[in-house]
Design a protein around this ligand. Sequence first.
Ligand SMILES: Nc1ncnc2c1ncn2[C@@H]1O[C@H](COP(=O)(O)OP(=O)(O)OP(=O)(O)O)[C@@H](O)[C@H]1O
Ligand SMILES: [Mg+2]
Length: 142
Amino acid sequence: MIKGNNSVKLTLPAISINESYARVAAAALAAQADPTIEQIADIKTAVSEAVTNVIVHAYRGMPAGKVYITMKLDEKGIFTVTVRDTGCGIEDIGRAREPCFTTAPAEERSGMGFSIMETFMDSLRVRSRPGRGTTVTMIKRL
Ligand SMILES: Nc1ncnc2c1ncn2[C@@H]1O[C@H](COP(=O)(O)OP(=O)(O)OP(=O)(O)O)[C@@H](O)[C@H]1O
Ligand SMILES: [Mg+2]
């Protein structure tokens, strides 16, 4: 097998203890590309924000569902992670991605999650369908 050609799929209950599990799993895969400490920290932070969003927002008012995580590392050291849910979806993605926009101000959310993902990764794509769920795809070159 070519070094760095690896992938992982995880399905986890969308509950808060699994935020750290997802973060550590992402770091473990990314580590195979000999990244810098800073790159690992960036990936951990971004994955943590995406998974936390699923835990906090996706299944609001319904039974807690799952978070589906797919991660891939190619032979060029490009790390791709997808965080998907089958929850409520996002009505207006453009607005949701704006800094400081949150639908949960009462819970002391600052609305910075997507901005952090965008800053710490090389690319961020958000796809969502109201009532169907959300898929966040992030890429980082290591
Ligand atoms: N997976 C998701 N399912 C449903 N809604 C989401 C999801 N992810 C984000 N959102 C919506 O997008 C908004 C912005 O998300 P973002 O992560 O930027 O901020 P936040 O989660 O509200 O606050 P913070 O991340 O700073 O704690 C959220 O308030 C929520 O309405
Ligand atoms: Mg958030």
